[in-house]
Design a protein around this ligand. Structure first.
Ligand SMILES: Cc1cc2nc3c(=O)[nH]c(=O)nc-3n(C[C@H](O)[C@H](O)[C@H](O)COP(=O)(O)OP(=O)(O)OC[C@H]3O[C@@H](n4cnc5c(N)ncnc54)[C@H](O)[C@@H]3O)c2cc1C
Ligand code: FES
Length: 282
């Protein structure tokens, strides 16, 4: 897996566009200064950047796509606390800062030629979207691509129209589920009702060769790892994108410890196999 180049000084970036995806989650398109572009162009899906909001602080975010040809970057951010609250108040033109990319991404070379099963719960679709976009753009290099995505309810499902349109193009299989759907909810069709692990039950796939990429809320991981292993997917091919509170992002402050590992440099993408001896990891 790729290791990030270390840098401690944020480079200026401007917010150029924002699109609200749900009541608390927004897709921000930012344009970093030109001197950040070479490093950002090395971004591998699964890595993260440190985004700074002047006057508030810095937060780790996994870009929701690879940098666009013009160097702009999409970050899908949920409003949960101090920094994200202030970020959500910013309007196009606002000055931000960016460092990175950091950490390990998905092992794309190893995954080439293999089927890939993406399992996203809630906001977990944001980091997995960059992997999905990469797989679809390089469609011929990979085996069958399947995305299973679960949200609490239909109005909290992110990128739904985009995902449905991508699936209609034929490059991937898409399974959507919601925990519950109020009777009056908009657009419930084509969405199962149930938890994400329910989608795996009875799903027929080539477990001996499939790579599974998982990102979602913490309780999901144990359950999905057990289900995937029971189905025959080796722990080395189960890739988990984990979150920990971070500060430096480059392995210096030990804020993001996971047993003997550091989430920011050894992860955030880990193989389920390498976490087996670290009970607090999942
Ligand atoms: C590698 C990585 C990638 C991430 N990618 C995304 C992304 O694509 N989109 C996105 O919206 N968020 C992402 N996050 C989470 C994001 O960094 C946090 O939501 C953010 O740091 C919260 O900052 P805040 O100041 O707004 O909240 P705070 O005021 O610091 O905290 C608000 C609440 O969120 C909890 N919290 C804060 N940070 C974390 C964390 N890292 N893990 C678990 N709980 C936390 C706090 O305990 C508290 O309850 C990612 C985190 C990591 C480590
Ligand atoms: S965030 Fe400082 S060591 Fe990981």
């Amino acid at each position: 897996m790729k290791q990030a180049q270390h840098t401690h000084v944020p480079i200026a970036a401007r917010l150029i566009e924002r699109t609200d995806l749900s009541e608390d989650t927004t897709l921000f398109r930012i344009a970093p200064e030109e001197r950040a572009l070479a490093e950002l162009s090395s971004f591998v899906p699964g890595q993260f950047v440190q985004l700074s909001v002047p006057g508030a602080g810095e937060i780790p975010i996994s870009p929701a796509d690879l940098p666009a040809p013009d160097g702009t970057l999409e970050l899908c951010v949920r409003r949960v606390g101090h920094v994200t609250e202030l970020l959500h108040k910013q309007r196009p033109g606002a000055k931000l800062g960016i460092r990175g990319p950091f950490g390990s991404g998905f092992p794309l070379r190893e995954m080439a030629g293999r089927p890939v099963l993406l399992l996203a719960g809630g906001l977990g679709i944001a980091p997995l979207r960059s992997l999905l976009m990469h797989l679809l753009r390089q469609r011929n290099r990979y085996g069958e691509i399947t995305l299973m995505y679960g949200a609490k309810q239909p109005r909290l499902m992110l990128f739904r129209e985009e995902l449905t349109a991508l699936a209609a193009e034929g490059g991937m299989r898409l399974y959507l589920t919601v925990d519950f759907a109020p009777e009056t909810a908009e657009g419930n069709h084509s969405c199962a009702i149930g938890l994400l692990p329910d989608l795996l039950k009875g799903f027929r796939f080539d477990a001996a060769t499939t790579y599974a990429a998982v990102c979602g809320p913490p309780p999901l991981y144990r359950c999905l790892v057990a289900d995937l292993e029971r189905a025959g997917v080796a722990a080395e091919r189960i890739l988990l994108s984990l979150e920990r509170r971070m500060r430096c992002g480059v392995g210096r402050c030990c804020h993001c410890g996971l047993g003997q590992k550091l989430c920011c440099v050894d992860g955030p993408v880990f193989r389920a196999g390498e976490l087996k001896g670290i009970p607090e990891a999942l």
